[in-house]
Design a protein around this ligand. Sequence first.
Ligand code: PRP
Length: 209
Amino acid sequence: MINIALPKGRLGEKVYGMFEKAGYACPSIREDNRKLTFENPETGVRYFWVKPSDVAIYVERGAADIGVAGKDILLEYSPDVYELLDLNVGKCRMCVAGPKDFRDDPSQTLRVATKFAHIARRYYASQSRQIDIIKLNGSIELAPILGLSDVIVDIVETGKTLLENGLAPLETIVPISARLIANKANYKFKYNEICTMAQRMEQALTQEK
Ligand code: PRP
């Protein structure tokens, strides 16, 4: 059995569709219930739904052999896992955003609100810009609106949330997409199964293009 942690939600459903196409179907996953684990002995897979930001924790600790996590989470928490494949879905970008007319005053410490403190710290350190991180857990866009911060570092997908709140993307830090990740020890134990799976996923991806 390969244990697979899928991110709960729309992205996870799309990603499950990719596994299905690659030959790892598990029909019971489509049943409308509140179960969290699903297995199919015929295809040798056991799936479980976890909170997207927790996938890397399950994989790093070996509770899941493989999983699907956003590059944002991998960059922020640097889990000790193998990154096997860019799945080319869940595409967005990590941005600095703020009021449309924002002008940075280098003589002042820049106040940055974010969920992604490490990414923000690394980005501004590379520019030798002095900042004050304000760590929030959600609705980051509120911070510059209420004067809690000057800018935010956050994920921008369509840009709609920023636009509807009078904000704009100011700089792109890094493009983001979903990645197939593997536990390092389990990758060795189940080398053939996991490699075959990654290859089939890659083939399914190329066929889609
Ligand atoms: C993310 C991000 C933005 C929004 C961007 O929030 O933090 O708020 O999506 O998407 P858009 O560019 O398409 O408008 P998420 O839904 O993950 O919730 P959060 O408020 O908990 O961060």
